[in-house]
Design a protein around this ligand. Sequence first.
Ligand SMILES: NC(=O)c1ccc[n+]([C@@H]2O[C@H](COP(=O)([O-])OP(=O)(O)OC[C@H]3O[C@@H](n4cnc5c(N)ncnc54)[C@H](OP(=O)(O)O)[C@@H]3O)[C@@H](O)[C@H]2O)c1
Length: 449
Amino acid sequence: MSYKIREVSRQLEVPTSTIRYWEAVFSNVIRPERTEGGQRRYSVSDMQLFSKIKDLLYRENRSIAETKTILTVGQHASDANSLESRIILLTGGTGSFGRHFCKVMFENYHPAVIRIYSRDELKQHEMRQVYGDKHIRYFIGDVRDPDRLKRAMEGADVVVHAAALKQVPSCEYNPFEAVKTNIHGAENVIDAAIDTGVKKVVALSTDKAVNPVNLYGATKLCADKLFIQGNSYSGARGTRFCCVRYGNVIGSRGSVIPLFREQRKTGKITITDPRMSRFWITLDQAVELVVKALRHAQGGEIFVPKIPSMKIVDLAEAIAPGCDIEFTGIRPGEKIHEILITEEEGRNTVDYNDMYVIMPTHSWWERTNYNNGRSLPDGFVYRSDNNSEWLTVDDLRQFIFDSSASEEDPAARLLSTIHRLNEKVILNLLNAEEGYSDMNSVRYSHDQR
Ligand SMILES: NC(=O)c1ccc[n+]([C@@H]2O[C@H](COP(=O)([O-])OP(=O)(O)OC[C@H]3O[C@@H](n4cnc5c(N)ncnc54)[C@H](OP(=O)(O)O)[C@@H]3O)[C@@H](O)[C@H]2O)c1
């Protein structure tokens, strides 16, 4: 039995141009017969291979290089990007992200060991009570201390850099401290990683680093630039640096949700401006983004997830329905809307499955892993108020008052709601007919707003 290209395209719901592209890229495994007239005829095993390729690229978010390895050598050898049995150094490992990262790693990825690197022994002690110390080492250290960092990184395969001062008011009030931790700390992490031969480094960035209006954002922007350019310093040693950039993490330390939870008890919620909107991501998704970045990074990319936005007033209404809202006026260093991709960055960004990849402008850089990513339309800006994916009060209510929701606390229900809605966004994208068509509509609706 054999198939024409149109049949393959129809069955797999992938355009014929993509089938031709895959055939060229995976020519080591897919070699269709040709009719006398030169028409392709694919075998049943070709069809199975195409289906596997589609799964690996679209569902598992594998790169072309990885997919090739898996198809030729097998899943077990899907290359050095696997985290299994690796040594990971995690700066800021006792923070909201770090603790969740460890949980997900041990549940799903099985690294040999995670080295936590942070300053406060109490937080490490508390973490030890929960996570034990079989697969975790607790290093007391400051990212401002290059020697200690170097010692801690000895033998590590991967570094995830989460340590930061991240409170906007605190960074404004203590600017030298913010610079020392967020900028000098980043430089120390880069130097230590290169000197100790670490393979990949992912640094956590934030939407506040985009067109920054406060010192926190400005220090994170500098850090991003250092990590992107770090690739030029690593040379033959081959350490690869990249960043992930996302918006507010739901429920992280110091975020607005714990604040609204507290204020709910008083019957009054304070919000700075009624127009304010933000991007939202769950900790699970933040961790998965880092895993994807580790898997894909060639060096120099900024990975931006596709995540929904929400108006802060809607969030307040969902968490504390019926409470009075007092508008206190926009604070210094605060924006009404946040940006994840600027117009200038958009020119160098590809739409890649469930994320955008901002590519570096290094002369030596080639977009090998993103050949099947789509360029963005001219003028594309990814801002929290022009996002095509919104969490409205109705959305939230539908889930919050869903009788199947088990959590009693509205804030906890909200968390699972947002997680489910974020998953819905991603599923919509993955189930999109013809692979990318839905993503195109997402892109255009960004434009229309
Ligand atoms: N939370 C969000 O909404 C959000 C959004 C976008 C991006 N991010 C980024 O994600 C990263 C992690 O955020 P998070 O929410 O997990 O922050 P977090 O809960 O405040 O944790 C910060 C971690 O960094 C450590 N740390 C701070 N200064 C340090 C230093 N000088 N040397 C070593 N460790 C230090 C802290 O431990 P010690 O105090 O014990 O040192 C703690 O483990 C940050 O880079 C942040 O910019 C966060």
